[in-house]
Design a protein around this ligand. Structure first.
Ligand SMILES: [Zn+2]
Length: 415
């Protein structure tokens, strides 16, 4: 009897034990299964699982508009109007540019109702316009994940800096940034054959291999007129994160004025008293300003501290602001949007936003015409001997001295 009981209890225990093993194993294998499923099947792009949608990809064509594209997807005018109105502060649908790709994600059912419109102005950035729920329509500007790779390069000038850099296969962004750094210290119009440059910079890559642009220059060197000009990128204001360039002693390469009233921009037309315009039969039409092109709505900054002496309108200038910096210098900013302009009489600091890029007055596209006044005359700011910017602050000087050592060594080692 005792033996039978022993066998019975034993077999029950063994069965329970086997069940437990089986249960745990099953649980583990189902976990593994669902994990693998996730990896194989999910098709994530733009932060969305594309498997949940009907996808249509296309390119903006010349003459296309946001409204027309969505009308073709069977959306109604009131719906489109509501989307445009809701997102206008974060994305202006008029920015859609021919040649750029877009994606529309629609429901998978037979209606194919559009839910998302994704626009890619370049390889790195994209805008997700979400109208999957008409009560919470929104547009978000996003960046693809990228990694940064440090690079160095050098060259000897044959003719002009941009031609030499171009011949060496260097991107225009790097050319622009380098000429920005030395804009106040080197006159690039008088650059000489045999002048030499070296640059340490950071490139941005997406998906490991696709170069999407230059992030920043860490340090640079220029030999011009047998003079050695080092430039080191150093952040002195950790709140504003404004990086400035200093020579090896910590003196600023910048001037009391910012080089541009816009943070990101291209000079589309320089100060030129002998400018000829084909439209006017090649007659001379002097250009007393510097034009910086940027999308409508881009914030315009005061290039130096001062007082707003005009915030006004004329037919040629459109809406404009004029700032007096001291008894010698003032600056003026043309073709602004009406909204968001600073009021007359206000005091501003360098970098303060004083309005937005617009197309008011006599202009064919969104830009700011920046006019630089010296003793009551409009001059080319890039040809002026302006007072230097502030050097590295005393309390940061030892940090600066230490930070530039490896970069200076790297620069000196580049051939
Ligand atoms: Zn202009």
């Amino acid at each position: 009897m005792k033996n039978v009981l022993k066998v019975l209890v034993g077999s029950i225990l063994i069965t329970l034990f086997l069940y437990l093993i089986f249960f745990l194993f099953n649980k583990a294998s189902s976990l593994i299964n669902s994990d693998t499923k996730l990896e194989i099947n999910e098709n994530i792009e733009f932060g969305l699982n594309l498997d949940n949608f009907h996808i249509s990809r296309d390119t903006i064509r010349f003459g296309d508009s946001f409204g027309e594209i969505l009308i073709q997807k069977k959306m109604s005018y009131p719906q489109i109007y509501k989307i445009v109105e809701k997102i206008k502060d974060s994305f202006d649908v008029r920015w859609l540019t021919a040649g750029k790709p877009y994606t529309i994600l629609s429901t998978k059912d037979s209606l194919n109702t559009p839910q998302y419109f994704i626009y890619q102005p370049n390889l790195l950035n994209y805008v997700v316009i979400d109208f999957s729920n008409f009560d919470s329509i929104n547009a978000a500007n996003k960046k693809k994940p990228f990694k940064i790779v440090k690079k160095s390069t050098s060259g000897v000038i044959n003719n002009s800096l941009s031609e030499t850099m171009d011949q060496n296969g260097l991107p225009w962004e790097l050319i622009n940034q380098l000429s920005d750094i030395y804009a106040w210290t080197i006159d690039f119009a008088r650059i000489q054959k045999g002048d030499e440059f070296k640059i340490i910079y950071n490139e941005r890559y997406i998906e490991d291999t696709i170069l999407v642009g230059i992030k920043s220059i860490d340090a640079a060197f220029f030999e011009h007129n047998n003079e050695e000009l080092y430039a080191f990128n150093f952040i002195t204001d950790s709140v504003k994160k404004t990086a400035e360039f200093y020579d090896e002693s910590g003196n600023s390469l910048q001037r009391t004025f910012l080089k541009s009233p816009l943070r990101f921009s291209n000079i589309s037309s320089r100060y030129n008293l002998k400018r000829r315009i084909a439209y006017y039969g090649n007659k001379v039409r002097p250009h007393r300003g510097t034009d910086f092109a940027a999308p409508s709505g881009t914030p315009i900054m005061a290039t130096a501290d001062g007082r707003v002496i005009k915030s006004s309108y004329t037919r040629g200038n459109g809406y404009y602001v004029k700032i007096q910096h001291n008894d010698r210098y003032s600056t003026q900013y043309l073709h602004m949007q009406k909204k968001g302009r600073i009021k007359q009489g206000k005091y501003v600091k360098q970098g303060d936003v004083i309005g937005k890029v617009g197309m008011t007055g006599n202009t064919s596209g969104p830009h700011v015409c920046y006019r630089f006044w010296k003793n009551g005359k409009q001059v080319d700011p890039f040809k002026q001997k302006l007072p230097p910017g502030k050097p590295v602050p005393k309390k940061l000087k030892s940090n600066f001295d230490e930070a530039i050592i490896p970069f200076k060594k790297l620069l000196d080692e580049i051939n």
